[in-house]
Unconditional design. Structure first.
Length: 452
């Protein structure tokens, strides 16, 4: 027999280690990267009122200019899913970010409307792999109980970009002009792409910043963790579970299964409507504040940031509620956002003239719109295999981006022929439609049998 020395074995030492928290370093980094990318796309909304003085265009043409980016962004989703699966996030994401920065910088030096459209199309295609890469990172780097929170942080980044964009953009316009917005905003992305490449591995097991305890916490295939395809049980909430159609779903492990799942397409259609509303607010609110409310440039910059400040809170709050209070249920937040946003859009039709009161109202609009946003990205993780998750996520995100591409153009047509009240009414209607669509998909979850 081996002599007992009283010293712990290496296995006991590993077991006694506290998990590192490097996954939250990764989360902080993808938050900053996606906030910068979001600012690169949002800066057109700030520049648009000034840009239209140089390039004459109708409201519909201005809306189409915003839509060009989102059309390219949507078309890039399926190819991006292949790139992420084939080459990994560590290589794909930095290249995408560098190309995004180059397309942003070129936007500031164009000399024609056609060249401007080309730059926006290039920006959309360049940014395409970013959301899929980050969603895949969340799926590999976070346990199920933290995916909603991480996704909320991720999607709050796309709202944080528009928080800083009006303020910084208004200052740049006041100092130099609209062209310089795009040149200044192009710089951070290149530096961040280098940081990501050196700090974030494709898998936690390949990272030097992650210890064994953290790897076992987040690796679904480790001996201590549940099977990657096991759906964890949670306590029953009878009334809520009936409303959201909670049921155990067969895992989707093949391309065919993903491509024929109504749950995936229903989620994509809901995201299509909700992201469409966000896209209209992003593209047209600065113009509305300047031309209808007659705010100053500085006032416009501050108030135009308000919905996205609210959206940051809404995304993080929604992720926390989904993970902790609702037992990883994703649909309640999605359904609340749909109904609450429909109501807020009606309220905005008769919006107050006071910048402070209007800022509070549109802040609350951002909160309600975004409480359910993170759920759309994390919804497929509970019933789609990790290998097929990039495809499922691409379908959902492509649906969202197509909605985001269509609505600024539709809003422009409504403005040309009807007016702002019809724009807000349109957004209220498609948000109500989202609620109806969500009623048709299930909540893939196993609940504890009653009485346990």
């Amino acid at each position: 027999m081996k002599e007992q020395t009283g010293m712990p074995t290496s296995g006991a030492m590993v077991a006694s280690l506290q998990p590192t928290r490097y996954r939250w370093v990764v989360a902080s980094l993808f938050f900053v990267i996606y906030a910068v990318a979001a600012a690169d796309r949002a800066n057109l909304g700030i520049a648009l009122p000034f840009l239209r003085k140089e390039f004459a265009m109708t409201n519909a043409e201005a809306g189409a200019l915003v839509s060009v980016f989102l059309i390219a962004y949507a078309l890039a989703q399926l190819p991006s899913a292949w790139l992420v699966s084939r080459f990994g996030v560590r290589r794909t994401l930095p290249i995408s970010m560098i190309l995004t920065s180059l397309a942003t910088a070129l936007t500031g030096v164009v000399g024609s409307l056609f060249a401007l459209k080309l730059c926006r199309f290039a920006l959309g295609f360049a940014e395409g792999p970013l959301p899929l890469g980050i969603a895949a990172t969340i799926n590999r780097w976070f346990p199920a109980k933290e995916k909603g929170t991480a996704s909320g942080l991720f999607l709050s980044a796309v709202k944080f970009g528009p928080v800083i964009t009006p303020i910084i953009g208004a200052a740049i316009i006041s100092l130099w002009g609209w062209q310089e917005i795009f040149i200044v905003f192009a710089v951070p992305g290149i530096a961040l792409s280098i940081v990501w490449y050196w700090m974030v591995a494709d898998r936690p097991s390949d990272s030097r910043g992650v210890n064994e305890a953290e790897r076992e916490l987040i690796d679904a295939e480790s001996p201590r963790a549940a099977s990657a395809m096991r759906i964890e049980r949670t306590r029953a909430m009878p009334l809520l579970d009936r409303l959201t159609r909670v049921r155990s779903e067969k895992p989707l492990e093949t391309t065919r299964a993903v491509m024929t799942s109504w749950n995936i397409y229903g989620c994509a259609l809901g995201y299509c409507c909700q992201l469409g509303i966000s896209s209209v607010l992003l593209a047209w609110i600065p113009t509305y504040l300047l031309n209808v409310k007659h705010f100053s440039v500085a006032g416009m910059g501050l108030v135009a940031a308000a919905p996205w400040v609210g959206a940051v809170f809404g995304n993080i709050l929604g992720g926390l509620l989904s993970d902790r209070a609702l037992g990883k249920r994703r649909k309640p937040g999605m359904m609340f956002s749909a109904i609450a946003t429909a109501v807020m859009m009606v309220a905005l039709i008769e919006s107050p003239a006071s910048p402070f009161v209007y800022g509070v109202l549109i802040f609350l609009t951002g909160v309600t719109l975004s409480v359910g946003f993170s759920a759309y990205m994390v919804y497929p993780t509970s019933f789609v295999s990790k290998e097929k998750f990039p495809l499922a996520n691409a379908i959902v995100n492509m649906g969202g981006q197509l909605g985001g591409a269509a609505t600024p153009f539709i809003a422009g047509l409504l403005l040309d022929h009807l007016g702002w009240s019809y724009v807000f009414g349109f957004m209220s209607a498609i948000s109500a439609l989202t609620f109806v669509i969500l009623l048709t998909i299930s909540e893939p979850l196993d609940v504890e049998p009653r009485g346990r």
